[in-house]
Design a protein around this ligand. Sequence first.
Ligand SMILES: Cc1cc2nc3c(=O)[nH]c(=O)nc-3n(C[C@H](O)[C@H](O)[C@H](O)COP(=O)(O)OP(=O)(O)OC[C@H]3O[C@@H](n4cnc5c(N)ncnc54)[C@H](O)[C@@H]3O)c2cc1C
Length: 393
Amino acid sequence: MGADEFLMYTEEERDFREYVKQFCLEEIVPHEDKIIKENIYSKEILYKIGQAGLMSVHHPKELGIGKYAGKGLVYETIVAEEVSAVVAGLDMARMASATLYGKPVSRFGTNFQKDKYLKPVIRGEKIGALGITEPNVGSDVAGMETHAEPKDDGFLLNGHKKYITNGSQANFLCVFAITDSEVHSKQGMSAFIIENTMPGFSVVKDLDLMGMNGARVSELIFENIFVPKENVLGNIGDGFAICMDELDSERVAIAAEALGYARPALEKAIGHSQTRVQFGKPIRLFEGVNFKIADMATDFEAARLLTLNSARRYDKGLSISKEAAMAKIFATKMAVDVCDSAIQILGGRGYEKENKLERYYRDAKLMEIGGGTSEILRYLVQREIFKEAKSKK
Ligand SMILES: Cc1cc2nc3c(=O)[nH]c(=O)nc-3n(C[C@H](O)[C@H](O)[C@H](O)COP(=O)(O)OP(=O)(O)OC[C@H]3O[C@@H](n4cnc5c(N)ncnc54)[C@H](O)[C@@H]3O)c2cc1C
């Protein structure tokens, strides 16, 4: 940790980071190669992460585990950064459970839902997933095709979801569906908690991805799944608002994950540029190299500040739609660029798998897409800017 981070984080937050780093060293680093090679995490490792309290930090204290339970989103950004710095795909699985699935249930669930469907997930005993995206529906969430019709004391859910992180592994899923096609989706969408054991739930396949080894991202079919009415999250018609609320916290956590991919790449570039000698001197003495490092470090620092700012605002109950979008746009681009520059600085060695930079680069690219593409987020940022400008007139 650099001297400036001393000013950015409280003493308790810095202690927590050390605790997470130690956990990663003992429980994740020894399994890194296996997770990458076999392209699947073990459920046992998610259980250990949950039992160590690393999925509880931004959920009600009484449901979670450990002395850091209930601390807030800043703590979740610390976990996301540290786990991603070891195995990005594993953090994607952890975060899909703890944040993508966990936050909507935590913020909008009834006591029954939190007890039955959140507690075991954030303790690592069960796995969660979030189902928004469909084969025909990506950025345009309002165009959702999955639908649910009232039936007896519940709903019949039908639809097709794609790109669902943890989809084939999850015990519980928070799924969005249209419940009233006569009105705009902002009023006609609802959120449901379903179980993978409910008749009509099926996994089409796990997708073959460019990166994020270890994560499972799936295509799912829902065919006449009966969802009891006590599994409706929030009120009928609240789905779009719940979805947008979830995306704000997800975007901050993704920005923190991006810090996690960029950090080891930056460290490797700094290290290599000091030891690699060409033309009789360390390559760090060439401006073509050291100016790159200056830019990488500057962007990394700026990404950390944007991420931390949006997490602190969230923890104070302030709106973060604009700030979270800015943090994700900047941090994910920073991670792709830092990995690219690091590969360049290591030269041929950067292209070898052994140095892991190509892996960080492939992992980083996802985050300019998932959780809202950088283009959609720019649309959102400008919209908020002009809304603010109008309100000042
Ligand atoms: C590995 C992985 C994991 C994922 N995990 C989950 C998950 O757990 N749960 C879940 O629900 N979803 C998940 N997603 C889905 C992800 O959120 C979507 O891929 C993303 O929102 C983009 O949707 P799309 O892929 O359909 O792209 P599209 O929406 O088809 O966009 C294609 C391109 O067009 C651009 N574009 C679209 N509309 C506009 C516009 N109005 N203005 C400018 N440009 C535009 C986009 O920016 C993009 O460049 C995951 C995706 C991946 C790849």
